[in-house]
Write a protein that binds this ligand. Structure first.
Ligand code: ATP
Ligand code: MG
Ligand code: FE
Length: 341
């Protein structure tokens, strides 16, 4: 079984082909970073237009790389949300058109499920259920991953996502766009103990994350003129790591029966985060699983793989399925918080 995956929910356009056994036959990606850089963030209108231009050629290129034609593809998987609605629609409509033209089933994939299952593409021995720290540009959550479509959320952020905090810190320090890798690079040259910064919710009974107070403190430190940007970046990164570890440790204590500690999402590309999580998993005698860096940030291989897992579980979608700008993995937890779905 060969699955074609399409991704277009933010500023990466991507197409990939994977097999049901988890073999990556081809993966192509076009980033729009240059187009958004002058604005210091992703501009939805620019993103949607760029996805329209890039997607079809990427599908053709991926098929050519794998020496396949559309007729060889068994399942079409496309991101159907959450994300910037214009971009999501481009990918989903393209997926529907390909599915219709080829007479093949469509699997509408939740982008977060793509991140959540990507560690199983990287490591086929990883079994359900596992504790997942999902840290990306728009999300910061702890989830029990019990199977495709089966998630229980233990914690989420009450304000900013971790990746968002990296991006805002980079902007504030003038380190450039995208922010995460820029902050990590600057942090490598700084002292993580130079700047006193808060660790919101550290050690509390509250299970959730919070980064807004940290962001404000970074702003005050930058404006004080007392510190260089390398020291601020290093101290900020350390504060984020401390918060992620403390909250994850709390969740691990409340997670009997899990097979592994797993991280996914763009912030999982950060070496300080990976290193600290490796040590934390060791504390609990659990394996630590993290996808390779390119699978952490947005890509289509993870969407194709989520499509493979859902297809294997009998989860296919009607061509009438709509694109969703918001789409929580655990709708019950979202409702319980009164945040709407
Ligand atoms: P979501 O998946 O929540 O919809 P997204 O798709 O924009 O959001 P991802 O592509 O998964 O997010 O991740 C991008 C985020 O990861 C950005 O916020 C980026 O700054 C952050 N990031 C990428 N590399 C690193 C790094 N090395 N260190 C820290 N953060 C990083
Ligand atoms: Mg991006
Ligand atoms: Fe993402």
């Amino acid at each position: 079984t060969i699955i074609l995956g399409l991704e277009s929910s933010c500023d990466e356009t991507a197409a990939a082909l994977v097999t049901a056994e988890g073999k990556i036959l081809a993966h192509r990606l076009a980033t729009q970073e240059d187009a958004h850089r002058p604005y210091g963030g992703v501009v939805p209108e620019i993103a949607a237009r760029a996805h329209v231009e890039a997607l079809a050629p990427l599908v053709e290129a991926a098929l050519a790389d794998a020496e396949l034609t559309l007729g060889d593809v068994d399942v079409i998987a496309a991101t159907a949300g959450p994300g910037l609605i214009g971009g999501v629609m481009v990918g989903l409509v393209t997926g529907k058109a390909l599915a219709h033209a080829a007479g093949k089933p469509l699997v509408a994939v939740n982008h977060l499920e793509g991140h959540a299952l990507s560690p199983r593409l990287a490591d086929p021995s990883l079994q359900f259920p596992y504790l997942l720290l999902l840290v990306s540009g728009g999300h910061c959550q702890l989830l029990h991953v019990r199977g495709p479509g089966d998630y229980a959320r233990l914690a989420t952020t009450i304000d900013d996502a971790a990746g968002e905090a990296f991006d805002k810190t980079a902007k504030l320090l003038g380190l450039g766009f995208p922010g995460g890798p820029a902050v990590e690079k600057a942090a490598a040259k700084g002292n993580p103990r130079a700047v006193p910064l808060p660790r919101p919710l550290l050690g509390t009974d509250d299970p959730h994350f919070s980064f807004a107070g940290l962001k404000s403190a970074v702003m005050r430190a930058a404006q004080s003129g007392q510190y260089n940007s390398e020291d601020i970046a290093a101290s900020f990164q350390q504060a984020v790591v401390d918060c992620l570890i403390d909250r994850t440790r709390r969740a691990l204590k409340a997670s009997p029966g899990i097979t592994a500690l797993v991280v996914a999402g763009g912030v999982a590309a950060n070496q300080a985060v990976r290193g600290a999580l490796t040590a934390l998993a060791g504390e609990f005698d659990l394996p630590f699983v993290a996808p390779p860096l390119w699978l952490c940030t947005d890509n289509a291989a993870m969407i194709a793989w989520a499509g493979a897992e859902r297809y294997a579980a009998g989860l296919v979608d009607d061509l009438s399925i709509p694109a969703r700008p918001r789409w929580p993995l655990d709708p019950d937890a979202e409702k319980a918080r009164g945040a709407g779905v």
